[in-house]
Design a protein around this ligand. Sequence first.
Ligand code: HSE
Length: 295
Amino acid sequence: MIKIRIPATSANLGAGFDALGLALDYYNFVEMEESDRIEINSTDDVKIPTDESNLIYISARDLFEVCGRKLDGLKIVQTNNIPMARGLGSSSACIVAGLVGANHLLGNPLTTDDLVNLSAQIEGHPDNTAPALLGGIVTAVFDGRQVHWVKQEVYTKLKFYAIIPDFELKTELARACLPKEIPHKDAVYNLSRAALFSASLLTGKFENLREAVNDKLHQPYRIELIPHCQEVFDIAYSHGAYGVYISGAGPTVMAIADDRNTYFAGKTRFSLENAGLASWQVKELSIDNVGTALI
Ligand code: HSE
């Protein structure tokens, strides 16, 4: 069995809708070997599809097809730490695991670029799949066929606090609520802030992040689908977060804080409890610069 480690990801980073994402040190693990039938298990009690509708299996089969090979079956063992449908890249982690695992089983015929392209084709957008594969912060443009990307490693003492509710929000629903068209000035509003976000993160101008995470493309619509989201934003800012945004399609809220803000997690938990929001978990994370790895 090969064993693959895949990081969670946080996409959009506020204004960079479908374009920016970063990898975090919170991992799923997938063990895999070729077999003459499908045998899928998990090491935890997370409910996963155990037939050919399993996303790891589908992605592995797609890669085999691209390479002109037929996949008869696979033995897969999943460890599902990344919570599902919470905006932390759990489906991208499955896609990337299937592709990297299948590529390895075939002797690595596909390049990293091929894997970045294929994973975005399966997911439909590149901002979770590319950082899950590559690690770091990834800027990615998907032209429908190919991803044009840059990965930058981030060496910062910033902490990313994932504030995770106990309910799910499916990406399809969170995309269906978005407007079909936006005014020109809103497009300028977003593209300037998306550019400001990565430049500020990479140069240490963290005081810009609060402005950089504002956007007019998705968060104003999604906040309506996430009960108490604004209260969670306000709590995180009241404890000194540099920037707070909806992670991916939500419902997780991501707060970026300085590692010298020692009691950020404790203070945030305390305030959540006082506001009757104790079911939201606070998880302290850092950027993963490695991406998916065979271990
Ligand atoms: N960019 C995507 C979205 C990320 O916001 O819908 C979630 O898959």
